[in-house]
Design a protein around this ligand. Structure first.
Ligand SMILES: NC(=O)c1ccc[n+]([C@@H]2O[C@H](COP(=O)([O-])OP(=O)(O)OC[C@H]3O[C@@H](n4cnc5c(N)ncnc54)[C@H](O)[C@@H]3O)[C@@H](O)[C@H]2O)c1
Length: 289
């Protein structure tokens, strides 16, 4: 099992985040859910938000309210608490409400994982300009709004905290590989994932005096519904150069969401205490190509 191999044979968990609180966007499924469960296993309470709705620019099925309910069930199984709300990361006021509800419940906020995302690069709708504005809205504006919503509470922490932005290998190289695979959605995805590196450096520099560390993670392909779906399979079949550009150097199995969670744990936990301002590739060598 992927999570067991990442944690060693025992699959054991610890308590490095006992009595800490993490705010995770896009937590209904995929990587966001895996991070919520893994942080809870380490003792953290979770504030979770997810759109749980479909955007017209996205060609694959997005998360549902039932997905978010499942995240709640899985976190509660660990014995930790979770405040989970539906909300759009493009909506500043809604994010502030969600954070306020969570902080009212748990009394503090230590970590932010700005993870919510869409990949509007496949299907006819990728050529609608909305695919560009949605990508920027969710993955650049949304990341900024997420951090902004959390900051007033985090700044009260005497012992600081940590923020991790989920970028992508597309934060280092283009999603589109040629004129044929070019689209508004691919442009928006690439621009947003590059753009958050700027936000990461902005916040890492600005928040260092409060001992709040800020880093970005840049995964290659991760086995989640964002990429394992009919629309993306069709896109890869139509654009073999895209498929080739996404093939990592390492030849092992595709990365699982739980593998990314281990990196989140490292960046937020004591082992990462000297790390800030780092754009960390987690891509099995993909961006070396
Ligand atoms: N899967 C991959 O191969 C891959 C690779 C690199 C980076 N990423 C990034 O990882 C992050 C997580 O993606 P995933 O792979 O878990 O995909 P996913 O589609 O399973 O999960 C993304 C979650 O974000 C939520 N979301 C989307 N728009 C939202 C909005 N406006 N407000 C609130 N929530 C919203 C979705 O509902 C969904 O639950 C994304 O930022 C994605 O761009 C994914």
């Amino acid at each position: 099992m992927a999570d067991q191999s990442a944690r060693g044979e025992s699959g054991s968990t610890g308590d490095i985040f006992r009595d800490k609180v993490v705010f995770i966007t896009g937590a209904a499924r995929g990587q966001g859910r895996a991070h919520a469960v893994r942080f809870a296993e380490e003792g953290a309470d979770v504030i979770a938000v997810d759109l749980c709705d479909q955007l017209d620019s996205v060609a694959y099925p997005m998360a549902t309210p039932e997905d978010l309910d499942e995240t709640v069930t899985l976190v509660e199984k660990t014995g930790r608490r979770i405040v989970a709300e539906r909300g759009d990361v493009r909506d500043r006021e809604r994010l502030a409400e969600v954070v306020a509800r969570g902080v009212a419940e748990f009394g503090r906020l230590d970590f932010v994982i700005a993870n919510a995302g869409i990949l509007p690069a496949a299907g006819e709708q990728a050529h609608d300009i909305t695919a560009f504005t949605d990508a920027i809205g969710v993955m650049l504006n949304g990341v900024y709004f997420t951090i902004e919503a959390a900051l007033p509470t985090m700044l009260r922490n005497p012992d600081g905290g940590a923020i991790v932005i989920t970028s992508s290998a597309a934060g280092f190289k283009s999603v589109s590989t040629d004129l044929d695979s070019m689209s508004h959605g691919a442009a928006g995805y690439t621009a947003a994932k590059h753009g958050v590196v700027g936000l990461m450096r902005h916040f890492a520099t600005s928040l260092a005096e409060k001992n709040i560390r800020v880093n970005s993670v840049h995964p290659g392909g991760v086995a989640t519904p964002m990429v394992l779906n009919e629309a993306m399979a069709g896109f890869v079949a139509e654009h073999p150069s895209f498929g080739e550009s996404q093939r990592p150097l390492l030849t092992g199995p595709m990365m699982e969401a739980e593998d990314v969670s281990e990196t989140m744990l490292y960046l937020c936990g004591p082992a990462g205490r000297h790390l800030t301002g780092v754009a960390l590739p987690l891509d099995a060598g993909l961006t070396l190509k």
